[in-house]
Design a protein. Structure first.
Length: 260
């Protein structure tokens, strides 16, 4: 039996830890129902957790909303996260987004990175996802900033925005103790490869002397396969080999055969 002077919250936690979820829920519910109870927010979060474990999702959400309504800087934020996760488990995505927004509104910086990443994951469109990922990156959380930068860079690379992708990755790499540095650097290298391809292509389009054009053609054709674009590389070689400029075509032919 718990000691007489044990705080009810401690008693409820011990009951929950021992597997007596019903007993824990009874105490948490009594505390959460009292508007004058100083630990109401914490009790409501505890009730939400216990009810979720019992499989009572609606009851858990009601308890989480009670905690959220208190505006408590810690437990309101926790409640919003619990509420959001509960909605996600049932694919209620609009409600989940609203709950994650509530987590942001709770004003506790500890929950901001997680909420932004969740909003990016649940975004209705790419622009919304990018905005959430940029917000997550801006928190400078070592783990979240790394994940956000990676996801953002991949989206930007798909859209041909290699420069912006590189900027995002460099921002993450500037975060003290940022996680997964090797992956960030690998993606940064990919971004630079894409930028290099764009510059080589630009040099070809600009024309110029045959030697420079042939160099740009070779560099582009040899770089594209690094990005899995073998067919594009073949087209670049063919463009040079079929040039009406005989000097350019011959120079390209020599460069191609040199690598054979």
């Amino acid at each position: 039996m718990p000691e007489v002077d044990t705080h009810p919250l401690d008693t409820a936690r011990k009951l929950a830890e021992s597997g007596d979820l019903d007993g824990a829920a009874t105490i948490f519910a009594r505390l959460a129902a009292d508007p004058a109870e100083p630990d109401r927010a914490q009790a409501a979060v505890g009730l939400a957790v216990v009810l979720q474990e019992r499989g009572d999702a609606p009851g858990a959400r009601t308890a989480a909303r009670t905690a959220l309504a208190t505006g408590h800087p810690e437990f309101a934020a926790q409640a919003a996260c619990l509420l959001a996760q509960s909605f996600e488990q049932e694919d209620l995505l609009d409600q989940a987004r609203g709950a994650w927004q509530a987590a942001l509104g709770a004003g506790n910086p500890a929950y901001v990175p997680l909420a932004h990443m969740a909003l990016a994951r649940l975004a209705a469109g790419q622009q919304e996802a990018e905005e959430a990922l940029r917000a997550a990156l801006a928190t400078a959380d070592p783990e979240i900033a790394s994940r956000a930068a990676q996801a953002l860079a991949e989206l930007l690379l798909e859209d041909g925005e290699a420069g912006e992708a590189a900027e995002a990755l460099l921002t993450a790499l500037s975060v003290p103790d940022v996680a997964d540095v090797p992956r960030l650097r690998a993606l940064l290298g990919i971004a630079h490869l894409e930028m290099a391809c764009a510059e080589f292509a630009g040099a070809i389009e600009e024309g110029g002397d045959a030697e420079t054009a042939a160099l740009a053609i070779e560099l582009l054709a040899r770089t594209l396969p690094l990005r899995g674009r073998d067919e594009d590389a073949e087209r670049v070689w063919r463009y040079g080999l079929d040039s009406a400029d005989e000097r350019l075509a011959e120079d390209v032919r020599l460069r191609l055969n040199r690598g054979a």
